[in-house]
Each structure stands twice: as structure tokens, then as C-alpha cells.
Design a binder for this molecule. Structure first.
Ligand SMILES: [Zn+2]
Length: 110
């Protein structure tokens, strides 16, 4: 039986995992799942299928590094066009901004 490379204690078993990206489900895929830590591993081919599905849904590559800019007395961030399209954002739309801990900033569309 194959040992889990993450925890090095559990055994890998065939199963299916739900893959998601940015909160959007990409479907269930065949994977080897550790019976101890729950980590799952998919093969190259499955990885490509997942990537293709994400591209189809228009969510591939939506994670981006951006920079804070100054705008008067406050700081501003620019929302890249493809993220704005995906979230159907437009000028004047109201959003709710709040920190999640000290390393994450959440913006909820209301
Ligand atoms: Zn494990």
C-alpha cells in the first residue's frame, strides 16, 4: 500500500474528491486519499481535466497580485478587469469590506 507523502503515516486509498476553485465547484475527480490526514492527490491527467474545467468556467488565473495605491487620504486597490467581469462588478456597486484576521481582506458584494 502506498504511504501518504504528507503525513508519512496514513495509507493512500482510491476515492473521489470534490475540487473547487475560488468557491466554485469544478466537479468530482478520482484521487488517492490519505486515510489519516485526508490529503488528496490527483494524477497529471486529472490535473489537466481540472484545469480545463476551470478555464471553461472562466475562473482559471483569477488570483492576482495587485498593489495598493494612494487615493486622497485613503488607500485604493484596482480590481482587475477579468475579476470584475467574473463577479459582474460595475462602477457604483455597493460592497461590504471587512478584515478576516490580520492577513485577509474580504469584500462582499451586496
Ligand atoms: Zn496523510
Amino acid at each position: 500500500m502506498k504511504k501518504c507523502p504528507v503525513c508519512e503515516k496514513g495509507n493512500l486509498k482510491e476515492g473521489k474528491v470534490e475540487e473547487e476553485m475560488f468557491g466554485t465547484s469544478l466537479g468530482r475527480y478520482r484521487a488517492e486519499i490519505c486515510d489519516r490526514c485526508g490529503e488528496s492527490f490527483v494524477d497529471e491527467e486529472t490535473m489537466r481535466a481540472i484545469e480545463q474545467k476551470a478555464r471553461q468556467l472562466g475562473i482559471w488565473g483569477l488570483a492576482k497580485k495587485i498593489k495598493i495605491v494612494r487615493s486622497g487620504n485613503s488607500l485604493a486597490i484596482r480590481i482587475p478587469a477579468d475579476i470584475a467581469r467574473f463577479l459582474k462588478l460595475e462602477e457604483g456597486k455597493e460592497m461590504f469590506l471587512h478584515p478576516e484576521g490580520t492577513t485577509k481582506l474580504a469584500i462582499e458584494i451586496i
